[in-house]
Structure formats: C-alpha cells, structure tokens
Design a protein around this ligand. Structure first.
Ligand SMILES: Nc1ncnc2c1ncn2[C@@H]1O[C@H](COP(=O)(O)OP(=O)(O)OP(=O)(O)O)[C@@H](O)[C@H]1O
Length: 329
C-alpha cells in the first residue's frame, strides 16, 4: 500500500541527512507505528508520505503511484492527517472543521452535512451537542476526536497520525487508544502512527518500526517479536524494563496449553471461588485474576462461560520469562 524506497532527506543548511536510504513497506489495513527517541526522523519520514516534505532522493509509492506525480487535492483525498496539536481552526465550528477537506473537494452542502453527522457519531460525539461548538469549548480528548473525524472526512484509505494522543493525560489517552483500535476494526485504514512511547507502539501497532539516530530502522517487526527478540542493544534498551509484562499483555490466554480441571478445581469453580478468565483475555488479565483470587491456577472459559481448561500460574510465568530474549513467539 505504501512503499518508501530508499528515501533520503537532507534539510537545507544541514550537512548530515535526517533520513538516509530508508526503505519501509506498509501493507493495506495495518497499523504501522514509527517509534524512537526524539530527533531520529519519525516525523520527517511520515511527512514525506503526504509530501509535506519532499525527499531529497528516493521514491514514495502510494498504491502503485509515485506520490510526486499525484496532485495535492488527490493526495488529501487519499491520505488523512492527524497531528498532536490537532490543528483545529479556532474560529470555525466543529462541523466546519470536519468539513474542511470535503469543501476543498467541492462536495455539495447536503453531502458534507450528512458526512459530518456520520463522523461525529463514529468518533463518539453527539452531533446535536457538538457540531456547533468551537474548538476551545471542547476538552483535549474531544478535540482529538474531532481531529480524527476531520482526517476521516473524505474516507481516505490511508491515515497518518503524528503523536495524536501525545498532549493528553494518561487516562484519557488510554481510552482514546482503545477507541481508536475499536474504530480501526470498523474502518480498516492503512495507518502510519508516530509516537515516542514504546507502550503506545506495542498497544496499537500491528508492526513497529524502531527508529535509531539518523533515520536508521533498528528493527521492523510485530510487537511480540520485538519484545521477545530485540534485534540489538539499542532496541533492548529502548524497550527498557517491563518487556516481560508487556508480552503478557499481548498474549491471549487461550493460546496457552491448558489442562483439564481436576475435581478440586472443578468444585471450587462450582462454588464460584476460582479465578475465572475468558480465553480471549490477555495473560496479563489472567495473572491479575489469579493474584486477586489468591490462586495458583485459573479456570479458562469461552465466550459462553463454558469451561475450556485450567491454566497454572507456572505456565504463565514460564511464558513471560521464556518469551523475553529467547525463541520465536
Ligand atoms: N525543517 C527542518 N530544517 C532543518 N532540520 C530539520 C527540520 N525538521 C527536522 N529537522 C531535523 O531532522 C531531524 C529529524 O527530525 P524529525 O522531526 O523527523 O524527528 P522526530 O523523530 O519526529 O523527532 P520528535 O520525536 O522529537 O518529534 C532532527 O535532527 C531535526 O532537527
């Protein structure tokens, strides 16, 4: 869907390139997160995709087309863009802000109005309550939702998101991340997402590109692979402490080898005293349930509450310890 083909960028006046010979493929419908320390070229890379920045050399291919041959209107229709400061225009209402790209594309008023309503619903804001408000009459999280709605206005297949939740407090941020993942289940966009927060990257990314100095990609892989098999010292130190716990958050309980319940556990479950987890919950949730129940085994159930098997504490711990720094997941 998006291919960066040996792109380099040297800013005017600098001697060293910000990005050098970077190649990266993003598949249709996946969320790719660019993560890395400040100044390593994440934003530069992202902006070369929608041509806010022109590469010095190399090519950016969008769905088979070299973006340098696509005109600006067409690019805006194909690529939505969300940034940290949201960039909502303060003198325009929520509805006008969301309608920005459709207006630029010459849509009819009625179509724009309907689209705005639909988008406000999609991002969880009541249209009657919010369409007439100005940005300063919204909370940070609400502004961010409007920013997402605006980027989605012309239904672009691609979304570029540059630290969209960066300026938001941790609790709201967590909720916006959940909402964004739920939204993505419905809209299946191809998303390139920039953050410097590895936790956010692990939570949101189908794949993560870890950037090092000078726009070098130190590792490009799934979150589970990166946590379990960091490519080098730089990646390990960037992941930092807590990789084992994060791995537990990624792994589904039902993917573990389960044991049949013994009589004692079955009875305990019957009395409602056992730790119970759904197979689609994470190992992290399972560990949490065991700790709360003061139990060393959890009863795993399916979506209907039927017992699938038992999962001992030792299996969960072994997964966390073996997962980090060893074989494939
Ligand atoms: N307009 C510019 N002119 C000159 N140098 C620039 C310009 N924009 C960025 N740079 C430099 O290019 C490098 C990469 O910057 P970029 O903004 O892409 O990094 P980043 O990884 O997104 O950083 P951050 O996480 O801090 O946003 C940095 O060294 C930066 O100083």
């Amino acid at each position: 869907m998006i291919q960066l083909d040996r792109v380099s960028k040297t800013y005017p006046g600098s001697t060293a390139p910000a990005i050098e010979e970077l190649s990266l493929d993003v598949r249709a419908g996946e969320i790719v997160v660019l993560v890395g320390p400040s100044g390593c070229g994440k934003t530069t890379t992202m902006r070369m995709i929608n041509r806010l920045i022109e590469p010095t050399t190399g090519r950016v291919i969008l769905d088979g087309d070299d973006v340098t041959n696509v005109n600006a209107d067409e690019l805006r229709r194909r690529i939505g863009y969300v940034i940290q400061q949201v960039g909502l225009l303060p003198h325009m209402t929520v509805a006008s802000n969301i309608g920005l790209v459709p207006r630029a594309l010459g849509w009819e008023k009625k179509r724009i109005r309907e689209r705005v309503e639909e988008l406000l619903d999609l991002v969880g804001l009541d249209p009657a309550m919010y369409r007439g408000r100005y940005p300063k009459q919204l909370s940070g999280g609400q502004q961010q939702r409007v920013g997402v709605a605006r980027a989605l206005a012309a239904d672009p297949p691609v979304m570029l998101m540059d630290e969209p939740f960066g300026a938001i407090d941790p609790i709201v941020r967590d909720r916006l991340q959940d909402e964004f993942l739920a939204l993505q289940q419905q809209i299946h966009k191809t998303v390139v997402f920039v953050t410097h927060d590895i936790q956010e990257a692990v939570k949101l990314g189908d794949r993560i590109a870890i950037f090092a100095e000078g726009g070098r990609i130190a590792q490009y892989d799934t979150p589970a692979q990166i946590l379990a098999n960091p490519a080098d010292e730089f990646v390990s130190s960037f992941i930092g402490a807590g990789a084992a716990v994060r791995l537990l958050r990624l792994e589904q309980t039902g993917s573990m080898p389960l044991l049949p319940l013994d009589d004692a556990l079955a009875e305990k479950h019957g009395r409602g005293e056992a730790a119970v987890v759904r197979a689609d919950q994470s190992l992290y949730a399972t560990l949490d349930a065991m700790l709360h129940a003061h139990d060393d085994v959890a009863v795993v159930v399916d979506g209907n509450g039927s017992v699938v098997g038992g999962l001992p504490w030792s299996t969960v711990l072994a997964r966390a310890v073996d997962g980090v720094g060893s074989g494939p997941t």
